[in-house]
Design a protein around this ligand. Structure first.
Ligand code: ZN
Length: 432
């Protein structure tokens, strides 16, 4: 099936230009034309003007199923938040049903706000893959390997076996890919870290880990191993071009050099780092060094939403305050970070992240109809500094509209509310 979508402004990201009166033509799941509007003959065209067309947003680090704990515990530092609230709640409530329900709710939230792909670290990822396939939502999924017992595996060795089983299932899915996830340098033994690296290498998939998130972590690792977190991981020989380092807030100059040398990818989570008072990752410095940086929300329990528009605005504003330089992290750089750079971080840039002919038809339509969107001079500026996720009117993934004229196509408002109530009951009952 062929159809076109017409926009007031088209931002293909590759090439790096703004096309006024733009058109995308889709055939089945692929883009077959991306450029200025032209007559399409028999091919029907959806006219979305006044609008901006751009690639779907890509969230490079999240724990999707944690929407179940949205607002359960706020205003705490990372270690207290994890040890006293999140880990106890997870040990009692995470199961296949919880992951399935949470994923459905979270995907509804993400598509509503223009996100079309994720990099996820959590548990029961084969259940998450089923939900993603059913809806048609893309992502990289990894079971969070960690030293202590979890709801989905009792020992690290059992966890490794589980991950290997998932990696063997990789061809079963169209939308889900699997990775290897190591929780963090402070929660994984050197032995587990090396085993995780070895299977990631064997199956040639990304290795995803929280790194240098807090000063507390830097202190713990330095005391234990006499090296800072990135130096420690480098000494284990596990850093490479498919390593996705989440947070990466506290890096020394030498550690930034190591990331550059090993071509490590960084997932930047500004709001989560602010909420947990973890600090500000100086990603403008990483980008200047040539390190690939993508944007992320982290889980909804430390954010408390999965809204990439908010994350874009936060990233743009936060670094200006940190550096006292208004030219840092300009609007276009931030839009790139949420699209094509994020696609590179998770290894999906061969299919998404830009609207090049031949790529998958994954794109969104931002409406310019609301008063706050008028007038418009520069679409990059509007996306970062003005637009809200509620301005997203259409979301196409694989050529299919999952949001159509402002309405989600795969879930009703009633089902969203029912899932929310069910999750709340599950969490509160198990915490009694
Ligand atoms: Zn995280």
């Amino acid at each position: 099936m062929k159809f076109g979508v017409r926009f007031s402004y088209l931002l293909p990201m590759e090439p790096d230009e703004v096309i006024e009166d733009g058109l995308i033509v889709v055939e089945d799941d692929r883009i077959i034309y991306s450029g200025s509007y032209k007559e399409t003959g028999d091919i029907p065209v959806i006219d979305t003007r006044p609008s901006i067309g751009m690639p779907t947003l890509i969230n490079t680090h999240t724990h999707t199923a944690m929407v179940a704990y949205r607002g359960l515990a706020d205003d705490l530092p990372l270690f207290k938040w994890l040890q006293e609230y999140i880990w106890p709640a997870e040990s009692k409530t995470v199961n296949e049903e919880m992951v399935s329900l949470s994923f459905k709710l979270a995907i509804a939230e993400m598509i509503n706000g223009g996100t079309g792909a994720i990099n996820d670290m959590y548990f029961f990822q084969e259940v998450a893959a089923e939900v993603m396939e059913e809806i048609g939502f893309r992502g990289l999924l990894g079971e969070g390997l960690i030293d202590f017992p979890t709801p989905s595996f009792k020992t690290p060795d059992e966890g490794i076996k589980k991950v290997e089983n998932q990696l063997r299932m990789k061809n079963m899915y169209k939308f889900a890919r699997f990775s290897v996830c190591l929780h963090a340098p402070y929660s994984c033994s050197p032995d587990l870290i090396i085993k995780g690296y070895e299977i990631a290498k064997e199956y040639d998939v990304p290795l995803h880990m929280h790194v240098a998130e807090t000063l507390n972590e830097v202190q713990q690792i330095t005391e234990k191993y006499r090296k800072r977190p990135v130096e420690y991981l480098e000494s284990l020989g596990i850093l490479h071009d498919k390593f996705i380092s989440a947070h990466s807030v506290h890096l020394s100059d030498n550690e930034i050099e190591i990331f550059k040398e090993r071509n490590v990818k960084v997932a930047h989570d500004p709001q989560s780092n602010m909420k947990l008072s973890s600090g500000i990752a100086p990603v403008d410095r990483y980008i200047k060094k040539g390190i690939t940086v993508g944007l992320a929300t982290d889980g909804a329990a430390s954010n408390n939403d999965l809204d990439m528009f908010e994350e874009m605005r936060t990233a743009a504003l936060l670094h200006k305050v940190r550096t006292m330089d208004p030219e840092v992290m300009n609007a276009k750089a931030v839009v790139r970070m949420a699209t094509i750079e994020s696609a590179k971080v998770i290894g999906f840039d061969d299919i998404i992240g830009s609207l090049k002919v031949g790529k998958k038809a994954d794109f969104i339509v931002i409406s310019l109809e609301s008063p706050h969107m008028q007038p418009i001079y520069d679409p990059y500026s509007h996306i970062v500094y003005t637009a809200k996720s509620s301005d997203v009117k259409w979301v196409f993934i694989d050529g299919k509209p999952l949001k159509k004229e402002g309405k989600l196509t795969f879930i009703s408002d009633e089902e969203v509310r029912e899932i929310g109530m069910k999750l709340k009951d599950m969490v509160l009952n198990s915490l009694k």
